[in-house]
Design a protein around this ligand. Structure first.
Ligand SMILES: Nc1ncnc2c1ncn2[C@@H]1O[C@H](COP(=O)(O)OP(=O)(O)OP(=O)(O)O)[C@@H](O)[C@H]1O
Ligand SMILES: [Mg+2]
Length: 233
């Protein structure tokens, strides 16, 4: 099973939301996925609970506890035994033993960020830390930044500058714009099933236009991520 870790020093950088978006697309395409909860706020469990309540939970997606190193190890074995093909790890900010175990075992590391100056600085700090940690551990794995919460209207000069700076870095081209559908993701379950539910409700078909846009951009994002993961073992 290949593992993608979503990590950052900074809290609120979009780790959980980006993971949920990617998990929706993978589940939609029939990939059996394991989402590892390495954050004791347990946002993924809450997401599953909401999704089950409103029938938008895709059973291709399995949530596993990974709140400490031992539980992560046991969950990894269980996910493999269950035939999960891809694992997505949601971490908590900071440098703990658990986060180091995640980095050592990840096939690829993604550092989500918004585009404010402070957030980009933090993302670059995290990137530097991860690269140096891997060097010290003598492991070479792809590490990339992913951008979320890009305003859909006109960007300010400093936002344009942030994007220009990020283009010089190992940053995914596909970005997740700032949209309400993403900020509400935790209570909506899987994006594709939520979209389907909207389409089936006549009074909500207009709203389905927004979920369609989000699904399209999330598919593009996931495709790029999976292409980067493809050559890795
Ligand atoms: N593309 C987006 N559009 C709009 N809002 C977003 C987007 N991505 C994330 N958010 C919002 O930004 C906030 C932080 O996102 P999220 O919880 O995913 O970050 P996190 O890195 O997992 O945070 P934590 O460190 O607390 O675990 C949340 O309120 C979320 O709803
Ligand atoms: Mg989170």
């Amino acid at each position: 099973m290949k593992l993608v870790a979503f990590t950052s020093f900074k809290g609120g950088s979009g780790k959980s939301t980006t993971l949920m978006a990617v998990a929706s697309i993978l589940a939609e395409t029939g990939v059996k996925i394991a989402c590892f909860e390495a954050d004791d706020n347990e946002p993924l469990s809450a997401w599953q609970e909401y999704g089950r309540q409103i029938n938008t939970w895709d059973d291709n997606c399995h949530i596993f506890g990974a709140l400490d190193v031992d539980q992560f190890g046991a969950s990894y074995e269980e996910a493999e035994a269950n035939g999960c093909e891809i694992g997505l790890i949601d971490t908590r900010g900071g440098g703990s033993d658990l986060n180091q175990a995640v980095l050592i075992n990840a096939t690829m590391v993604i550092i989500p960020t918004g585009i404010s100056v402070i957030e980009v600085d933090e993302a670059l700090e995290t990137l530097k830390y991860v690269v140096e940690f891997m060097k010290a551990m003598k492991i070479a794995r792809p590490v990339g930044i992913s951008v979320n919460r890009v305003p859909t209207g006109k960007l300010s000069k400093s936002e344009e500058d942030s994007l220009a700076l990020l283009r010089e870095m190992p940053t995914l081209d596909a970005k997740l714009p700032a949209r309400r559908i993403y900020s509400e993701m935790k209570s909506l379950g899987h994006l594709h099933l939520y979209h389907k539910a909207l389409l089936e409700t006549p009074s909500k078909r207009i709203a389905a236009g927004h979920t369609q846009v989000a699904l399209t951009e999330t598919r593009t994002f996931t495709d790029e991520l999976m292409a980067a993961l493809e050559g890795e073992s």
